[in-house]
Design a protein around this ligand. Structure first.
Ligand code: SAM
Ligand code: SF4
Length: 338
C-alpha cells in the first residue's frame, strides 16, 4: 500500500537539543555567473561533474522524505540557482509535495527578471537577492563581473510580481562597501524592502580579505543610526537569523546577521542539502551524511526518513568557529542568506 506523507509524520524531526528542524536549504548547483570576492576565487572552483549533481527528480524525492518528517520550508540556493536550466520545474515539483508550505530562493538577481514569471507561476513565494553596492563600478570590483542594472531590474521584477518580502543581502566589507551602509539603509525608507547586512565570514578563498574587512553588526547598526532613529522591528517572517530594526514610518526594515555569534545557533532550525546530495547539519564543520548513494540504490521514502532521523544525532549544538578561523567545510555559505 502506498505510504502518504501524513502516514509518515509521527514525530517531527528534532535534534538532540530539541530544536525542531523545519527548514531545508537546497543547493541546486555549485556553479555561479559571478565571482564575489568573499565567496569564490576569480578562476571559479573545481566544479562538480554533472553526474554527481542531483537531478530535479532526486531532489524532489529527498524533499518528500523531509516533508514527511516535518520540514515545511524549502529555500533554493547555490552557487547561483538561476543558472540551472528550468529551475521553475523544480519549484513546481516541490510545490506539489504535501507538507511544504513555503518555497523561497536566494539569488544574485542577474537572471531574476527573465525568470520571475515562470518561478512565481510554479509556486515560488519569496526571494532574497544579494547586492553589496549601488555603484556599478564597485559592483564589478566586488562581483568581478558587471551586472548591477540587471540585479536592480530583478529586484524590481520581484516586487512587481508580489514576491514579498524581498530581502536584500549585503555582505559588508571595510574598504569595499562599508561606506555604503547608510545609502543602502535609506532604501528601506522608500520601499518595503528588508536590507540585511551580513558580517563577512572567513572562507578558504577570502581569508586575506576577511582579516582586514570584517565590520561587526554593532558597528553596522551604529552607522545606520547615523541617518535616523531605529526601533526594533518584527522580521518579515521566514526563517532567517536576522535581527530587524526600522526607521520611523519606514515601509521596510534593516536587518543585521552575525553568523559567527551563537544566537544564530540557538535558534537553528535548518539543515542543508548540497548539490551532490550530502546533508549538512551545520553551516560550519564536517557534520554531514551522504543521501545520494542510498537514493541511487533505491532507498524508499521511509528509508530516507530514517536516514534523516539518524542524521539528527550528529547535528552539533553550536559551531566552534571564531573570527579569523576557517574549517574544511567553509564553502557552506549559501546557508547564510536565508
Ligand atoms: N548566489 C546566490 C546569492 O549570491 O545570493 C546564492 C548563494 S550565496 C553563497 C548565498 C549568500 O551567502 C549570499 O547572500 C552571499 O552574499 C552570502 N555569502 C557568501 N559568502 C559569504 C561570506 N564569506 N560571508 C558572508 N556572507 C557570504
Ligand atoms: Fe556567486 Fe552568490 Fe557566491 Fe556571489 S555569493 S559568487 S553570487 S554564489
Amino acid at each position: 500500500m502506498a505510504v502518504t506523507t501524513i502516514d509518515l509524520i509521527q514525530a517531527p524531526l528534532a535534534d538532540q537539543f530539541n530544536r525542531p528542524i523545519t527548514y531545508l536549504r537546497i543547493s541546486v548547483t555549485d556553479k555561479c555567473n559571478l565571482r564575489c570576492v568573499y565567496c569564490m576565487p576569480e578562476t571559479g572552483l573545481q566544479w562538480l561533474p554533472k553526474g554527481e549533481i542531483l537531478t530535479y527528480e532526486e531532489i524532489a524525492e529527498l524533499v518528500r522524505a523531509a516533508a514527511s518528517a516535518g520540514v515545511r520550508s524549502v529555500r533554493l540556493s547555490g552557487g547561483e540557482p538561476l543558472i540551472r536550466r528550468d529551475l521553475h520545474r523544480l519549484v513546481a515539483a516541490i510545490d506539489a509535495i504535501e507538507g511544504i508550505d513555503d518555497i523561497s530562493l536566494s539569488t544574485n538577481g542577474l537572471l531574476l527578471a527573465d525568470q520571475i514569471e515562470g518561478l512565481k507561476a510554479a509556486g515560488l513565494r519569496r526571494v532574497n537577492v544579494s547586492l553589496d553596492t549601488l555603484r556599478p563600478e564597485r559592483f564589478e570590483q566586488i562581483a568581478r563581473r558587471p551586472g548591477l542594472d540587471r540585479v536592480l531590474a530583478g529586484i524590481d521584477a520581484a516586487i512587481a510580481h508580489g514576491l514579498a518580502p524581498v530581502k536584500i543581502n549585503v555582505v559588508v566589507m571595510r574598504g569595499q562597501n562599508g561606506d555604503e551602509i547608510a545609502d543602502l539603509a535609506e532604501w528601506t525608507k522608500r520601499q518595503a524592502v528588508y536590507v540585511r547586512f551580513i558580517e563577512v565570514m572567513p572562507v578558504h578563498e577570502n581569508l586575506g580579505l576577511q582579516r582586514d574587512s570584517y565590520v561587526s553588526s554593532d558597528e553596522i547598526l551604529e552607522r545606520v543610526r547615523a541617518i535616523g532613529d531605529l526601533h526594533p522591528a518584527i522580521g518579515p517572517g521566514g526563517n532567517g537569523p536576522a535581527r530587524y530594526f526600522s526607521f520611523d514610518g519606514a515601509p521596510g526594515a534593516v536587518g543585521v546577521i552575525s553568523p559567527l555569534s551563537h544566537d544564530y545557533c540557538e535558534r537553528c532550525n535548518r539543515v542543508r542539502l548540497t548539490a551532490d546530495g550530502r546533508l549538512r547539519l551545520c553551516l560550519f564543520g564536517d557534520h554531514e551524511i551522504d543521501l545520494r548513494s542510498p537514493l541511487r540504490s533505491g532507498a524508499s521514502t521511509e528509508d530516507l526518513v530514517e536516514l534523516l532521523r539518524s542524521a539528527m544525532l550528529i547535528k552539533p549544538e553550536r559551531h566552534h568557529l571564531r573570527l579569523g578561523e576557517t574549517s574544511s567545510r567553509m564553502r557552506a555559505f549559501s546557508e547564510i542568506g536565508g
